[in-house]
Design a protein around this ligand. Structure first.
Ligand SMILES: [Zn+2]
Length: 244
């Protein structure tokens, strides 16, 4: 028989109002994948749950299996990143990482690795010396890699030539001038090398990478087009906040 009670450590990715006083919380958990759960009374001033089910919160949760959604019966905060909500410089990055993770994961699949990546991303985002641009690019590439869609960045995806100067989102990798696809975007070998490094190295080392302004532009174009095409993400709303 399925147990009525269960526990999970998870991140609050999204919340929305439910009924008079409740919240429906989207959680990304280490043990149970992504799912929605009800925080009863979380909109009441005296609610013990309220702070624990806020966006950017990571905690230990206990649940009771409800008819439609699990009901949150307890919560202990492990780490709160709620300071992002009041910081106009950090908020767009924090919400972008959350939205990207959210959109990439369908309910049932295990997502502990993405959960840890998001926690690490948020932790680094709050640190002083972090290059936020590179952190986001590294986060995007790692997310794609974990999801099994790493771009091909060593040679032409079609013929294997090492003289590849463009990237085709549709082909999922570099293209040489002979094979060039209609959707190819300029990507010089230096930018491709940086992208390879960002996939491999820990997220914490992303700020050590050096890039020219034009390479930064190329990298941002390539990762955005690749994610949109391959992961079928459509529009990422928070990307607009980042652009501003
Ligand atoms: Zn080729």
């Amino acid at each position: 028989m399925e147990q009525r009670m269960f526990k999970a450590d998870g991140i609050v990715l999204r919340t929305r109002i439910l009924g008079e006083a409740d919240r429906l919380v989207t959680l990304l958990t280490l043990e149970e994948g992504k799912f929605e759960a009800v925080a009863r009374g979380a909109r009441k001033i005296k609610s013990k749950l309220a702070a624990g089910v806020d966006l950017f919160n990571y905690g230990h949760f206990t649940f009771h299996r409800g008819k439609t959604w699990p009901i949150i019966t307890g919560q202990d905060t492990i780490k709160s990143f709620s300071c992002f909500r009041e910081d106009p410089d950090l908020y767009p990055y924090g919400i972008y990482m959350a939205e990207l993770s959210d959109r990439l994961i369908s309910g049932e699949q295990p997502c502990a690795e993405i959960c840890r990546l998001l926690l690490e991303g948020w932790k680094l985002l709050g640190e002083k010396n972090t290059d936020r641009f590179l952190l986001c690019r590294s986060f995007e590439l790692k997310l794609a890699h974990i999801s099994g869609y790493s771009p091909h960045l060593h040679s032409c995806t079609n013929c294997g030539s090492e003289k590849a100067l463009a990237f085709s989102p549709r082909q999922g990798g570099l293209m040489c001038s002979c094979c060039q696809a209609a959707d190819a975007i300029k990507m010089d070998p230096g930018t491709a090398a940086v992208a390879r490094r960002l996939i491999k190295a820990p997220l914490s080392q992303s700020s050590l990478v050096r890039l020219s302004d034009s390479q930064k532009k190329e990298l941002a174009c390539v990762t955005a087009a690749f994610l949109t095409y391959h992961l079928d993400l459509g529009e990422i709303k928070s990307r607009r906040l980042l652009a501003e």
